[in-house]
Write a protein that binds this ligand. Sequence first.
Ligand SMILES: [Zn+2]
Ligand SMILES: [Zn+2]
Length: 239
Amino acid sequence: MELTTGVHDVAPPKRGYFKAGYSKAVIVDGGDGLIVIDTLYDADAGDILDELKRMGKGPADIKHIVLTHAHRGHLGGLASLKRLSGAPVYAHPWEADIISGERSRQEPNIFVTTPIQSYPIIFFGRLTAAINKHEPLAVDHLIEEGDKIGPLQTVHTPGHTPGHLAFYWPERRVFITGDAFVTWPVHCPGWPNAMLNHEQSWASLRKMAEFDAEVIAPGHGDAITNNGAAALRALAARG
Ligand SMILES: [Zn+2]
Ligand SMILES: [Zn+2]
């Protein structure tokens, strides 16, 4: 779905609950090739390929594949998209060796249960983690705070995971927040039951609230298409 000119989000609408809780991918068309941010759950990347088709594009138009963090529900289609596009893959150094399969993800505290809607997904994911893995893939470029990918500015937003990244497009005032800010099932800086560091999560939310974002494309849940900064600031004031 086109959120604003050049920014599309992609999600499996109904079956998403059982596949990482409606995790989203974002396609950015800045005029110089496409950037795909996150790759959903399914290994065939079918939903992303369908959205590309609706845009009148194909996998050969993908110039960059960028990952907000190394959680299963954001890595499903990564290897397929890489094979189809040959595009370089970008992630933060802390996430890169999880993506490449050299290290296991760090699990959050299992006794934190809120928001309850996401707890079964996390619990089930943990039970099946040994057999339900993403296809490992080497990261081509390690990126950090301030790095540019096409028109996007990299913003380090640790807390949900230490190497979590969000991406801001200043000219369009679009924030792609990954799991550093989600709108499903409630507005929060990543689900508390999936956060590795709660203090860092809230600090990252306050950092994102300083940007003058109009549109927010979160990692889970509906996008905010106007005055996104107000939603971030309202939440930051509660944290
Ligand atoms: Zn996550
Ligand atoms: Zn997620």
